[in-house]
Design a protein around this ligand. Structure first.
Ligand code: CP
Length: 323
């Protein structure tokens, strides 16, 4: 069944949080809190177009779509005709031509989802584009932070300070969180060595610090980021070999751990009620230790659980008639 003109007229895209107003973000989170009616999108079709690997996001969108009664298609980049030279936009146009209502797009290129949204008529949801944005991760992180601090009623995060720690330069999650948490009133501090947390990040509306140990006693949440070695020192867009941990962005892994790893000793110095977050996938023993990831402050699996709820709300918002 192809999308009707009426369905297309009511569809909209979620490409990033950077240009969304506080009311719109809080509205989406309220929609997630209320819970999307089961099977409310029965008969509609969602396609995951994942040109970059994923465990959480792709599965979570599939779970969300199935709970809404949608049918789903999964296309992984390596198994698609992109490997034969077809462009991402041509791939999207072809999948849309089969009658898809929503395309969920992940790609290594910043701006890929925006480019596809310009070319197609159906809804496009950015599931992570290069170093640019990962809006549904930003939304589920805001939801989880509000949940852990008793702010689910209005999603007002004023008075909370969140430290985003580590490889911020490579991180689309950080950019969506700086925008989303900031819009909801939280104070966001990006923390890391200058190569990973450059002062230029201040232009996004956050603070920047190199002193995690000084911040630990005053922050309400620490969001630990994965060290994305594969994005460091990319030469002409070429992917680094898997497992290559060399990087010009840090002096050494040992030096990085000394100042920025979330160790049990650092978790102990956080104040009562402060939580530890990580978007995944984690490098256990590098940016976060197992005792912290699995410890009492961790809300990492709550983030994953909330992801499906938030993505149901996003699909409802993109495709529903009531907005
Ligand atoms: N957080 C996140 O985007 O995880 P995946 O890469 O597994 O989707």
């Amino acid at each position: 069944m192809s999308p009707t003109a009426a369905a297309l007229a009511t569809s909209r895209s979620l490409l990033g949080l950077q240009n969304m107003a506080r009311a719109e973000i809080a509205g989406l989170l309220s929609r997630a809190r209320a819970g999307e009616p089961e099977r409310s999108l029965a008969g509609r079709l969602m396609a995951n177009l994942f040109f970059e690997d994923s465990t959480r996001t792709m599965t979570s969108f599939s779970v969300a779509a199935k709970r809404l009664g949608m049918q789903t298609i999964n296309l992984r980049g390596a198994a698609s005709s992109v490997s034969k030279g077809e462009t991402l936009v041509d791939t999207a146009l072809n999948v849309e031509a089969m009658g898809v209502d929503a395309l969920v797009v992940r790609a290594r290129q910043s701006g890929a989802a925006v480019g596809i949204a310009r070319a197609v008529k159906c809804a496009v949801i950015n599931a992570g584009d290069g170093r640019h944005e990962h809006p549904t991760q930003g939304l589920l992180d805001a939801y989880t932070l509000a949940e852990s601090h008793g702010r689910l009623e209005d999603f007002d995060l004023a008075g909370l300070t969140v430290a985003i720690v580590g490889d911020i330069a490579s991180s689309r999650v950080a950019r969506s969180n700086i925008a989303g948490l900031g819009a909801l009133g939280a104070n966001v501090v990006c923390v890391g060595p200058p190569g990973l947390a450059p002062a230029s990040l201040k232009s996004l509306g956050c603070e920047v610090s190199a002193d995690l140990d000084g911040l630990l006693p005053v922050i309400d949440a620490v969001m630990v980021l994965r060290m994305q070695f594969e994005r460091h020192d990319e030469e002409g867009g070429e992917k680094k070999p898997e497992g290559d941990r060399r990087s010009a962005m840090i002096a050494s892994v040992r030096d990085y751990r000394e100042l920025y790893a979330m160790t049990p000793a650092r978790a102990e110095r956080m104040k009562k009620g402060a939580v530890v977050m990580h978007p995944g996938p984690m490098n256990r023993g590098l940016e976060i230790d197992a005792e912290v990831a699995d410890g009492p402050r961790s809300v990492i699996l709550r983030q994953v659980t909330n992801g499906a709820r938030v993505r149901m709300a996003v699909l409802g918002w993109c495709l529903g008639r009531d907005g």
